[in-house]
Design a protein around this ligand. Sequence first.
Ligand code: ADP
Ligand code: MG
Length: 346
Amino acid sequence: MAEDNSKRTDVNELGEFGLIDHLTESVRIHHDNTIKGIGDDAAVLDNGADYRLISTDCLVEGIHFDLAYTPLKHLGYKAIAVNLSDIYAMNGFPEQVTVSIAISNRFSVEALEELYKGIRTACNNYKVDLIGGDTTSSPRGLFISVTAIGRVDKDKITYRSTAKKGDLLCVSGNLGAAYLGLQILEREKQIFQSIKGGLQPDLEDQQYLISRQLKPEARFDMIELFHKAELVPTAMIDISDGLASEIFHLCKQSNVGVILEESGVPIHPDAEKKSIDFGIDPITSALSGGEDYELLFTIDVKDIDKVKYLPDIYIAGEIVPKEDGIKLHTKGGNIHDIKAQGWVHF
Ligand code: ADP
Ligand code: MG
């Protein structure tokens, strides 16, 4: 590896987003049709009559998924769904995907057929065409990279950077469940491994939380609702890393602050109960959990009548001037800073 050994900075010093900023700060745009490059859920290209949207994501075994409890069929489905979520987050519709995989000799043809069953099911459900990809070997483990390509009318494009003071902060569904599903699966894996011969865990009453982790759906139905209601959110981002992290991206890029109402953050009763069982404040699971793949968006107050009667839209806060900060108004009436890493320190 060509690396100047005189200085070595650990990537952890910058963190994921610091690293992206650092590596890409001097990237130049050479083409007029590149409307938005790095920095949103998808890149935006001028396509003449409309905009083309492109987004890519990479899933790595041992980091993003554990095959001890992730059926390959579900993994294939999830790999597609989470990528499409980034296209919906621009208020657009995906049309094509490419899928690249790197596999070790641990994987049989039958195992990869399972993965592709899930990919096919997702492509059929979301009506996207699998149009290409790449297949290569890996020394160990499975890597999946998906690129999603979509389309949006120019007057409907919704960036992260255009929320403004007074807008209402909304979310499309309950948060924290996928994280708690993951905690259940991790715990069961450990119990399973510690008992010789293994005991099949009874996960019946935890189905909802586990399905939110293993079988997430991207919210295409929301985008259809927006279009039907002629509602264009003022800004939008999908919730992949947790509500707090996405709020930070939205506020930073829009140059605004927010006051989030704890009482306005939707949390499923199963998630609430399980969170308390695990000794985690439910609002912390919602703020820091991640992988919910709901949409976080802002609307102009003049559009409140349009959202009032739409299902599955929760008003969770209000956009305030940047100087007012990024705050959580708790059910107990206290105001706390929401921390950038997604953790609230009470
Ligand atoms: P999301 O969570 O919505 O997928 P990310 O946080 O992964 O978005 O990425 C934020 C932005 O940074 C996106 O515009 C993405 O395309 C860009 N990006 C991420 N990694 C890289 C990279 N290695 N090189 C160039 N751009 C990158
Ligand atoms: Mg995203």
